[in-house]
Design a protein around this ligand. Structure first.
Ligand SMILES: [Zn+2]
Length: 299
């Protein structure tokens, strides 16, 4: 005797938007404009406080678990209060649940008149839009959004000047045993540039860059990524040093390049880093690519 089992397949017709389709570029651009409108945002400034408040508001609205990593940094300017902000999404009870980190600095240079629409503004804003996309989404990994503070050097990126917040957080993850759970760390920096070109940063993890290249290729964005190489000191470095695979997702050519300009372009650390240099399309390309990268890594 044999049974013939009729297999009934229920097709769920309601199309649930994938994570990368939930990225709202218009909102990301609006966040960037709002943050740039806060003015200078070095630690201790009114604009810095307003940015912190906005990050907390969005994280609360999106249901993240919010954690603070606060400390006092010793700097050439004297002691400075530093506030890294962490928003955890999909954090379950399993102490071994893998973690993926997307980060970006929210401070700006100590330079009166510098508002950093792209350098500081775009990275802060794209993470806020990631929070909006991640709200209520279920996946295997936890996703941490990390707004690092006091990335910028007081004088110059030599010795122990610069990367204050990220160095502190990396040491914390190494000391408390979280490090081994972190599958990857992506740092976003200056990715709102109208003339978008994300560098292949040579100190970054190649395997993670390959995930990004796959995501970009699937979305038809291949031409915006890895068309030139660059070697950059940024907030990903302290995480690489403690053994976490990390990538600097950075557009290292901001405006015209050449001897007359800063090594990262004419608008880098210049008062001309304003909203007219930022585009919604660039935020969309990077935002969708990074969220599809998260999806690919979650499999
Ligand atoms: Zn900078």
């Amino acid at each position: 005797m044999s049974f013939k089992l009729g297999l009934v397949v229920f097709v769920v017709s309601a199309h649930a938007a994938t994570l990368h389709d939930r990225f709202n570029a218009q909102q990301a651009y609006a966040y960037t404009a709002q943050i740039a409108g806060f003015g200078e945002r070095w630690p201790g400034s009114p604009g810095h406080k307003k940015t912190e408040d906005l990050i907390h508001q969005v994280l609360q609205k999106d249901g993240a678990r919010i954690e603070a990593d606060d400390f006092t940094a010793t700097t050439p300017r004297g002691p400075i209060a530093v506030h890294n902000i962490i928003g955890k999404f999909n954090a379950g009870a399993d102490p071994k649940q893998p973690i993926l980190i997307l980060a970006g600095h929210y401070d700006t240079l100590f330079q009166p008149g510098f508002i950093g629409a792209n350098d500081g503004g775009s990275s802060t804003a794209i993470l806020l839009s990631f929070a909006d996309a991640l709200a209520g989404q279920k996946m295997t990994m936890q996703v941490w959004l990390v707004w690092t503070d006091l990335e910028e050097a007081i004088n110059s990126f030599t010795g122990d000047d610069g990367l204050y917040g990220s160095r502190h957080l990396a040491q914390k993850l190494a000391a408390n045993g979280t490090r081994s759970r972190v599958r990857g760390f992506f740092l976003l920096d200056m990715i709102g540039d109208k003339q978008l070109g994300v560098a292949r940063e040579v100190g970054s993890d190649r395997r993670l860059q390959d995930f990004m290249a796959r995501a970009a290729g699937q979305l038809g964005y291949g031409q915006y990524f890895f068309q030139y190489e660059s070697d950059i000191i940024d907030d990903h470095v302290p995480f690489i040093r403690i053994g976490i695979p990390a990538v600097d997702v950075v557009d290292a050519q901001f405006g015209r390049m050449g001897r007359a300009f800063d090594s990262m372009g004419e608008f880098h650390h210049a008062d001309t880093d304003t909203m007219d240099k930022v585009s919604q399309h660039s935020l969309e390309v990077v935002g969708r690519t990074m969220l599809l990268t998260v999806e690919l890594m979650d499999k």
